[in-house]
Design a protein around this ligand. Sequence first.
Ligand SMILES: *[C@@H]1O[C@H](CO)[C@@H](O)[C@H](O)[C@H]1NC(C)=O
Length: 364
Amino acid sequence: MANGSSSSSSSLSSRRSLLKLLLPSSLVFIFGIISALTYQSILKPPPAKLYSSPITAPRIKLRDGRYLAYKEHGLPREKANHKIIFIHGSDCCRHDNVYSTLLSPDLVEELGVYMVSFDRPGYCESDPDPNRTPKSLVLDIEELADQLSLGSRFYVIGYSMGGQATWGCLKYIPHRLAGVTLVSPVVNYWWKNLPLNVSSEGFYMQPRRDQWWVRVAHYAPWLVYWWNTQKLFPGSSVANRDHGILSKPDKDVIMKLGSSRKPHVAEIRQQGIHETVNRDAIVGFGSWEFDPLELENPFLKKEGYVHLWQGDEDMLVPVTMQRYIASKLPWVQYHEVSGSGHFLHYGKGMVDDIVKTLLTTDAN
Ligand SMILES: *[C@@H]1O[C@H](CO)[C@@H](O)[C@H](O)[C@H]1NC(C)=O
């Protein structure tokens, strides 16, 4: 009896330990399979699509074999005194260079302006760069300048999400810059020298859907693709091209623009949403290896200047954060435009003002 009970209890305990061994590992296994399938089917972004329209832009081949499409504006390179590279914002492309289309022809002649805009990786006719970092885009820009022989120094204008790459230029290639203009540059709430009260005030000024979007981009980039393709709740307003969150002056601009962007809008995301708008957010709101608030003036001999333009009715980039950044970087010339929003360059004479300010407050 003692034997029997001991043998049955030992077989019970061995069955238990077998269960203990099996249960967690089989659960882990099943869970693993389910999550792998889920990841494959709904979370994992498909590879960027091939170009749906034929390539029409001139392109340069970059260090890693990717092609970068560009568009030249203004005077021919060899006749120009000032060469400017323009970096476009999210959900735009090389055609959205208002700094050339709205620049008065007189000013182009008078100041001798050449400009080049390019499709950021994944947009329109540039190849995607799934390994993009805040630094890699800067290297793309430097290669563009060198392959087009823009000389040892050039100007950079960066708008909105392109403004982040412009901070990158100040960090990684300051010796190549003749002058820099940031217009409504996007702020990364996770730059480490932003005081918590300043970044949270800015963060909570965004609509709820964009607070979530920016959080997902920062904390769970693997969820970003699903976030912007699901229909259960609203994804990012930029991804959904929702103008509802814009301020009155910005809505007026959109009304006025009407369908003027239509010819190229379809091309912007022809390679898919992931290597365009999504990648912008993953890189833009990710953890950076530098903080613009730590940057030093690259122009100690006043051989150039850095300008930052910001509208005080910008609902996409909070003016309060921009004011803080400007206050910490006294070498940045801060220009706040009252009654303007994120699209401040569409204001009458603004483009002329912005370009003239960049090109005439220097040593040339
Ligand atoms: C953040 O806190 C500092 C120090 O307490 C204060 O001086 C500043 O006004 C605050 N800024 C905002 C935007 O609340």
